[in-house]
Ligand binder design. Structure first.
Ligand code: HEC
Ligand code: HEC
Ligand code: HEC
Ligand code: HEC
Ligand code: HEC
Length: 152
């Protein structure tokens, strides 16, 4: 309950990302789809974080007068990737192998596991994933609850 209240107040902690990226701006103004940037999210294990090359394909020409795009271009000129901080993930010790593709084939929406990213600025950890939440949904959908399905 407390967690819901905090979420409603917009208090979910966003990571302190190196640039003030906005998901909402790219989906509303640039009319982009999730997979335009996270190209593996439907077909591979990892959704992937877009490389700076993807950003600069547009931002060599778009909004170049904005300070935030100036900072993006500064990484590009130094031939560096933007050092985005990870939002989701499991400790190495847990030896989890999550795979996006089977979930896309089962037509599970991104929002079910990541919340309404389309209206977020930077991604916040809107959905908590534990072994319990994974296994519960697998049992509800007759998906595997074998240890080796999720662990290597
Ligand atoms: C398909 C073209 C396209 C791609 C690819 C793209 N953007 Fe954008 N971006 C836009 C458009 C359009 C806007 C909105 C500009 C406006 O507000 O008029 C925008 C806005 C922004 C802004 C806000 C600028 C400001 O301060 O108002 C930032 C920051 C930004 N993009 C960063 C990125 C980053 C980082 C990437 C790569 C992960 C990226 N963009 C990829 C088209 C793109
Ligand atoms: C069944 C739940 C689930 C669904 C559905 C899902 N994800 Fe994920 N996603 C995860 C989990 C769990 C992680 C963390 C995996 C890890 O680090 O091992 C993750 C990680 C990511 C990452 C971080 C980069 C990466 O490659 O791991 C991105 C980006 C992402 N997801 C985007 C998406 C998009 C876009 C969609 C919809 C097309 C989507 N996800 C659908 C659960 C899901
Ligand atoms: C213009 C490119 C772009 C588009 C379009 C885009 N994203 Fe992202 N996404 C990013 C960037 C850059 C980051 C890293 C910064 C952050 O965490 O917000 C990111 C981060 C994420 C993360 C957190 C990854 C992690 O570290 O675990 C998730 C989940 C995610 N995006 C889901 C989505 C979903 C769902 C959509 C469609 C509704 C979407 N994204 C559309 C560029 C994009
Ligand atoms: C919203 C429900 C849901 C959630 C949450 C969910 N899964 Fe799944 N998962 C499924 C479904 C449905 C399938 C597809 C089963 C099939 O293809 O028969 C699947 C398939 C998989 C597969 C492929 C299994 C195989 O045998 O090919 C892996 C691995 C997996 N999930 C891991 C995870 C992990 C790890 C988590 C938690 C981070 C998770 N899942 C969360 C519903 C879910
Ligand atoms: C549907 C996916 C799924 C299945 C099936 C599954 N696990 Fe997990 N397991 C996870 C995830 C995800 C984590 C990481 C949870 C976290 O970091 O909060 C985890 C964590 C663990 C951990 C580490 C706990 C810790 O303290 O870090 C152990 C041990 C473990 N699982 C054992 C098992 C065993 C044994 C089985 C079979 C009986 C099993 N798991 C089946 C998804 C799964």
């Amino acid at each position: 309950m407390l967690l819901l209240l905090l979420a409603a107040a917009g208090a979910l902690m966003a990571a302190d990302q190196p640039l003030s990226f906005s998901h909402a701006a790219h989906i509303e103004k640039a009319r982009m789809q999730c997979t335009d940037c996270h190209s593996g999210a439907k077909t591979r294990d990892n959704a992937g974080i877009p490389s700076i090359r993807r950003c600069m394909a547009c931002h060599q020409f778009i909004a170049t007068d904005r300070p935030e795009i100036g900072r993006l271009a500064a990484y590009w000129e130094k031939q560096r990737e933007v050092p985005w901080l990870r939002v989701y993930g499991f400790s190495k010790d847990a030896a989890v192998q999550f795979r996006h593709a089977p979930h896309a084939r089962a037509e599970i929406e991104c929002a079910r596991c990541h919340g309404d990213v389309a209206s977020m600025t930077v991604a916040v950890p809107a959905v908590v994933h534990t072994m319990g939440t994974c296994v519960q949904c697998h049992r509800d959908n007759s998906a595997s609850d074998d240890c080796v399905a999720c662990h290597f």
